[in-house]
Write a protein that binds this ligand. Sequence first.
Ligand code: 13P
Length: 286
Amino acid sequence: MTAHVDGHALRRARAERRAVIGFNIYNLEQGIGVVRAAERERVPVLLQAGSSAFRYAGRAPLARLALALAAETSAPVGVHLDHATDVDEIRACLDLGYGSVMYDGSALALDDNIATTRAVVAAAHARGAWVEGELAGIAGDEDESTGAGAGALTEPAAAARFVAETGVDALAVAIGNVHGIPAAPVALDLGRLARIADAVDVPLVLHGASGLPEDEVRAAIGLGVAKLNVNTELRRALRASLLATAAAPPPGDAVEGWLGPVVEATCAAATAKLRAFAHAPAEVAP
Ligand code: 13P
């Protein structure tokens, strides 16, 4: 199992008012790009190879690719299962060596979400892995930016009960955040975030971090968010890179000529996010 980003990494990040960023990847080029960014910035990073990307690339091939990238780098890179709704899939990824998993029971009634999340926590902790849980539900498509508006929001009292009864290590909150980049800017409910942070003692996770104004994300980190999830910005970097390469094609048909720029574009996008949010404020040059 990769131990680079263990269960304490998020607590340390919360205490230092910085975030560990989980980047969703679908293929080799994105994986290499994210790892290069982590090597450049020397901060903990999570490669999120999860359920929806498995549908594209196959579970074992993508999972093993992410695990191999994490094992081969000297940078602190962990492998995390994002948004799993299937407990068998969680067990399979823990067997493969994932260091952390997210069980997303947000579509269930609270009691059912608590019961299944608690079972996932027991299975994961037995293997030294940590668990992220979710309440309420983050709107929007995980693989494509659809412009969805926010759905139900996390209630602080429910969050307190959920964390106490499940033993999760981190909690994903719904405070107006959505997957994807909507046309109308997202306004995070920071007051609600502060109440949730008062009610629970675990690090909080902000999904849908693509396209959010920097000052809002920084305020959320100041209030207890210690993990950000980024997917759309990497997909957009990939798309822009492919369009640019097609518009000014390299000579010949070498794969590196066509897909090397995707690695560079992913690395640049990931590096920008890490520079903005993954260092403690004191580390950032004025
Ligand atoms: P974005 O696509 O908005 O970056 O959201 C990513 C995410 O939350 C993955 O779980």
